[in-house]
Design a protein around this ligand. Structure first.
Ligand code: NCD
Length: 310
């Protein structure tokens, strides 16, 4: 596997294999602690991150490998005017695998042309975030057992939220998924996803504005923050940022089996009072993110068969 730019670069079978490997790692991670010895992961983050960058680094360190990189464009030659392609070309001479995040949609695809090593998109603008999708899929598989026959509600900033776009693409390949999009009018799912995916594939979806009207029907509620950095106008952000706040009262309307997911960071959209509800799974997602990235690194380096499965 030479690259992961968008979630459907992976076949359904490849996703199943990654999830199986992650579940095997979870059983006893110490068996994998030396598999990537002498391998180097570069994390190139042209845009801020806590979880994605640190979980990649934690994953590589847990496999016995090493990491190098930068966590802000201002610390790199980008600030001197270097192109992203030249930066990746350079770093691919120093590393065995690269994870990059960039504010511009499509930047990882451009960079891929010059990378001499496997390249992972760790988020490009409002476009894709395939490793968050793998994290989400591992969480869904562990909580729900399958990706079929699920009703999933996406709530919040569906316009700019790349984790929503990527997870939607991935889940669209499974049987009998129902999508419920909960957003204010200004933050509805982009037209291109409606035309090229939801309508073309004849998927089952509805768009609503009030969470209370639909929360009782959901198997999964996927909350998102309003993406301040992608707004052109601060006034619009302020008007929309607290549009949805999931609290204990709204959780009373949900089924006892519904799970709450969030890619994090959370701002205000989930009250901390919900955190101790057994249905809140957003910090399980964080934990799963480390294991699925271990599985991904192993697979992309061709080291996924090194340890006997339990
Ligand atoms: C998300 C992202 O960067 O797109 N965070 C993450 O990677 N877990 C979500 C967000 O920033 O809102």
């Amino acid at each position: 596997m030479k690259y992961l730019i968008e979630p459907n670069d992976l076949s359904v079978k490849e996703i199943d294999e990654l999830i199986m490997l992650a579940n095997d790692i979870i059983k006893d991670p110490s068996r994998y602690q030396d598999v990537c010895k002498h391998k180097i992961l570069a994390t190139l983050f042209f845009e801020p991150s806590t979880r994605t960058r640190l979980s990649f680094e934690s994953a590589m360190l847990s496999l016995g490998g090493s990491v190098l990189g930068f966590s802000s464009a201002s610390n790199s030659s980008t600030s001197k005017g270097e192109s992203v392609t030249d930066t990746i070309w350079t770093v691919s001479c120093y590393s065995d695998i690269i994870a990059m995040r960039h504010p511009k949609e499509g930047a990882p695809l451009v960079a891929l042309r010059r990378s001499k090593v496997p390249l992972i998109n760790a988020g490009d603008g409002g476009h894709n975030h395939p490793t968050q999708t793998l994290t989400d899929l591992l969480t869904i598989q562990r909580e729900k057992g399958s990706f079929e026959n699920l009703t999933i509600g996406f709530c919040g900033d569906l316009k700019f939220g790349r984790t929503v776009h990527s997870l939607l693409k991935a889940l669209s390949r499974y049987k009998n998924t129902k999508f419920v999009f909960i957003s204010p009018k200004e933050l509805m799912i982009p037209e291109y996803l409606k035309k090229d995916l939801l309508e073309r594939e004849n998927l089952n979806y509805v768009e609503v504005e009030r969470m209370e009207d639909v929360i009782g029907d959901l198997d999964i509620l996927y909350m998102t923050r309003v993406q301040r950095e992608r707004f052109f106008n601060e006034q619009d952000y302020i008007r929309l940022k607290d549009y949805y706040i999931l609290d204990e009262d709204k959780m009373k309307l949900a089924s006892k089996d519904m799970i709450v997911m969030h890619p994090l960071p959370r701002v205000n959209e989930i009250s901390t009072k919900v955190d101790d509800d057994p249905r809140a799974k957003y910090f399980d997602q964080v934990q799963n993110g480390r294991y699925i990235r271990m599985a991904l690194i192993l697979t992309m380096l061709g080291l996924d068969k090194e340890v006997e499965r339990l």
